[in-house]
Design a protein around this ligand. Structure first.
Ligand SMILES: *Cc1c(COP(=O)(O)O)cnc(C)c1O
Ligand SMILES: [Zn+2]
Length: 414
């Protein structure tokens, strides 16, 4: 971690030297740290190796903007995901300048891979015997998948309520899976105690500040993929608030480094049934825990861990936080699937649902450029579409097909 200069507590603002601390010892779980680099050094590495000249097609093209001294060897390709502009989707949205950042194509099928890849690099450089997290979803499958590729042992703690498909993906790739009797909080508790006892590296987003560093690579890519231009808006779904914090950090650092002279406005989106960050943002107050109720399980976070950074990002960017209903989320999933063939999980399409709502409210100007992060694949959580799909159950008989086509008002070839 040659380039990390200091770490600042987001709560008490105490400054720590670079080191392996991952939370403020005074503030505990409430004291997530913010990572600062030696920006003079970063500026000179950008000068000798300009972004546009870099050959790597994964997040380690930004290795000198990350807390790592080198890319971890052997790992699957994370990042450099496509940024699309779909004419038919944009026509349906009624806005010409929407770009879709498709992070469903990462190795474990979510944006979480960007954070896991950096955490695994940190663990390897620190010579840790393994890496661990407690999670019910994408963070755990991402850690299991990428650790397997990098040859680092992974220890995953899951609550017993974990959905089967995720349990199998994790079980297939991880060194050890511990299914903990109890809730997510119980799993988190056992994980924390075990991490201390066995010296594993801690990949829990509740405390590890370097995960935001991995997530920022998504917007570094957007900047490059737009031809070294900053969009007017970046739209992100929010759970713990790490992804949105990472996007803001990317643009702030590009400004600090003299690459850009402006930053986008952020549109942060949560589900109507779980919107602690939106409420705090709108009411200009701290986040307080809420009961969480939404189909979007990856953002079903009633007690967000990174809310201070998320609120700061929203405020500094001059952007906005809004919520959308579960119906709007499902409708955005289907729109994205049918107009673009990108199949997102509910939390993955929540940003798009928020964009639709913001466009409807006239919050975004006709000429403004928008980048929407699609954060996870629909294959992670296909049951969210139960009842929402129009599937024709028919006997094995072409007449039945013909009857169905007629009832839909479609002739042959239609
Ligand atoms: C984790 C996750 C989010 C939310 O990210 P936070 O950093 O928790 O705000 C959104 N979408 C998907 C698919 C995720 O896995
Ligand atoms: Zn502190």
């Amino acid at each position: 971690m040659a380039k990390v200069k200091r770490l600042t507590c987001m709560k008490c603002e105490k400054v720590y030297d670079r080191g392996l601390e991952i939370i403020c010892p005074e503030c505990g779980l409430d004291g997530i740290l913010d990572v600062e680099y030696d920006y003079d050094e970063m500026r000179s590495s950008l000068k000798s190796r300009p972004l546009a000249s870099r050959p790597e097609r994964n997040i380690f093209r930004y290795v000198d903007m990350l807390p790592l001294s080198q890319p971890p060897p052997g790992m699957l390709e994370v990042g450099w995901t496509p940024l699309y502009s779909f004419p038919r989707l944009n026509a349906a949205l009624g806005h010409e300048h929407v770009h879709i950042k498709d992070d469903t194509v990462n190795p474990s099928a979510s944006l979480k891979d960007r954070a896991s890849a950096v955490a695994i690099g940190m663990a390897l450089e620190a010579g840790r015997p393994g890496i661990a997290c407690a999670s019910t979803g994408n963070a755990a499958s991402s850690l299991a998948v990428l650790s397997a590729s990098a040859g680092l042992s992974s220890y995953i703690f899951v609550p017993e309520t974990i959905p089967k498909p995720k349990l199998y993906q994790i079980g297939a790739c991880a060194t050890r899976v511990f299914r903990v009797k109890g809730t997510y909080e119980d799993a988190f508790g056992v994980a924390t105690a075990s991490i201390g006892k066995w010296g594993w590296y801690n990949r829990n987003c509740a405390i590890n500040p370097y995960l935001v560093e991995g997530k920022k690579t998504c917007s570094l890519e957007i900047y490059e993929q737009l031809g070294y231009k900053v969009p007017d808006w970046v739209v992100v779904s929010m759970g713990d608030g790490c992804i949105i914090s990472g996007q803001w950090k990317a643009f702030k650092e590009l400004e600090l480094l003299g690459e850009t002279d402006r930053a986008p406005k952020l549109l942060g989106v949560q589900a109507r049934g779980c919107k602690p960050i939106v409420d705090a943002c709108v009411e200009c107050r701290d986040v307080t825990p809420v009961e969480a109720n939404t189909i979007a399980d990856s953002i079903r976070v009633g007690e967000p861990r990174n809310w201070r950074k998320a609120l700061r990002a929203l405020r500094e960017s001059g952007g906005c936080a809004i919520s959308v209903t579960d119906e709007e989320i499902v409708s955005a999933m289907l729109l994205l699937s049918r107009e673009a063939g990108v199949f997102a999980e509910p939390a993955g399409a929540t940003g798009l649902a928020g964009l639709r709502s913001a466009l409807g409210q006239g919050m975004i100007g006709k000429d403004e450029t928008v980048a929407v992060l699609i954060t996870g694949s629909g294959l992670k959580d296909p049951s969210s579409l139960d009842g929402a799909l129009d599937i024709a159950d028919i006997p094995a008989d072409v007449e039945a097909v013909a009857r169905h086509m007629r009832s839909q008002g479609k002739g042959a070839g239609g």
